[in-house]
Ligand binder design. Structure first.
Ligand SMILES: Cc1cc2nc3c(=O)[nH]c(=O)nc-3n(C[C@H](O)[C@H](O)[C@H](O)COP(=O)(O)OP(=O)(O)OC[C@H]3O[C@@H](n4cnc5c(N)ncnc54)[C@H](O)[C@@H]3O)c2cc1C
Length: 385
């Protein structure tokens, strides 16, 4: 069996690693150039952790993890609202959680598969034809190849999904927010693992990466879904956060490399059936949960693990059905959690801010953290069924 994976993000690279484990041949095409840095931080939770353990990579992930400790939240004038400690939350989740920069995460997976898996950078699928017995693919450089299966792991704005399943808009469930994330150099230490600021309809903050830089994350209520160029993004960020004090002010002044940063509408992807013929979707292209759930990477990894295991068992028809049957309940649950979190994460009023400032530190304190983790985290998926 020969498989093409479109997209070398968390889903595509984990799938390549899992297929390698089963001795299945695959090729990855990735739109970006090799070795992108920058980007944003991602939290690895139980399902990602369990996959990383099975791939023998958890030690490397831990070694590259970001330091985690106190988180401090302020209002937009810099006045302290509340604080908590990430370590309490991590302990409450059984210790199977870590935070890592996305590029560090990808480097580890890339090193793991390189040599066994061909990764073609700056390459995309230009045309695709499934004739029932195989899939003919023409790549953006004009070359052609034939595969038994093609996996669309090319993210939220999946081109493969658009080519095979239908236009992006058909699968979009906008949550009413926009978000942006990029990396900035720090002139002075943040004094906490995370410094967040909030206002009505707004959240923003910086995570200390541990190397003199910080990863930002900004989110605000915004119903618009059209794409913006670099100037448009700057304008919107200025309009929403331009009057905020340090450390937000410096973050907004920094140069932003949009090739490695994030600016988009916060929307979920809902595809009624994740496969069509010999083509199957995986990760954000199939079920984007949004960053609000904080579980997109781990769910993509679990999906990759299950898909590879099912493909190793037998026919692609049965494998696709079994993969969807095993993943769909988790995805449906985490999409609902993500929608619920959105309503709390972005306060809708001054009263909402006060309630959040009161409830969050209690929920994230030692006696209640286990309960909070149970409510909002994904349950561990049975990986070896
Ligand atoms: C700001 C932010 C914070 C987040 N925080 C967390 C978190 O804390 N925890 C967590 O678990 N998740 C988090 N997420 C979600 C997580 O990043 C995604 O769920 C996860 O990256 C999905 O992986 P993926 O491989 O499916 O898609 P992507 O990460 O989108 O990767 C897709 C890959 O495909 C490539 N590509 C795109 N188009 C093409 C094409 N046409 N051809 C070839 N390649 C293509 C892209 O360059 C990319 O490398 C966060 C997301 C954001 C935006």
């Amino acid at each position: 069996m020969r498989i093409l994976i479109a997209g070398g993000g968390p889903a595509g690279l984990t799938l390549a690693a899992c297929l390698k484990r089963h001795g299945i041949d695959c090729v990855v095409v990735e739109r970006a150039e090799k070795g992108r840095t920058g980007g944003y931080s991602i939290g690895l939770h139980v399902n990602g952790w369990n996959v990383a353990e099975r791939l023998g990579l958890i030690g490397e992930f831990k070694a590259s993890a970001m330091p985690l400790g106190p988180a401090l939240h302020r209002d937009r004038n810099g006045r302290k609202l509340f604080s908590y400690d990430y370590r309490t939350l991590f302990k409450a989740s059984g210790g199977r959680m870590l935070a890592i920069m996305r590029h560090a995460f990808q480097d580890i997976l890339t090193r793991h598969v390189e040599g066994d898996v061909a990764i073609r950078y700056q390459t995309t699928v230009a045309a695709i034809h499934d004739d029932g017995d195989g899939v003919d693919v023409t790549f953006s450089d004009g070359s052609k190849d034939r595969f038994d299966i093609v996996v669309g792991a090319d993210g939220y704005r999946s081109t493969l999904r658009a080519m095979v399943f239908g236009p992006h808009e058909d699968f979009l469930r906008p949550l009413g927010y926009r978000a942006s994330a990029w990396r900035v150099p720090l002139k002075a230490p943040l004094g906490a693992s995370f410094v967040g600021m909030m206002d009505v309809d707004h959240q923003g903050g910086l995570y200390a990466v541990g190397d003199g830089t910080a990863a930002t994350l900004f989110c605000w209520r915004d119903e618009r879904t059209e794409r913006l160029d670099a100037d448009g993004r700057r304008d919107v960020l200025q309009q929403h956060f331009g009057a905020w004090p340090e450390p937000v002010a410096s973050a907004l002044r920094s140069a932003i490399d949009w090739d490695t940063s994030f600016f988009d509408t916060v929307s979920q992807i809902e595809v009624p059936k994740w496969s069509r013929g010999r083509i199957v979707l995986l990760g954000d292209s199939a079920w984007c949960l949004t960053f609000l759930a904080g579980q997109g990477t781990s769910t993509a990894m679990a999906g990759a693990y299950v898909l590879a295991a099912e493909l190793a068992r037998g026919s692609h028809v049965q494998a696709f059905d079994a993969y969807e049957a095993r993943l769909r309940p988790l995805v449906t649950r985490m999409q609902a959690v993500s929608r619920k979190i959105g309503g709390h994460y972005i306060p809708q009023s001054r009263l909402g801010m006060r309630v959040q400032s009161w409830i969050l530190p209690i929920m994230l304190s030692r006696p209640f953290a286990k309960l909070a983790s149970g409510l909002f985290s994904a349950p561990a998926l049975e990986l070896d069924a």
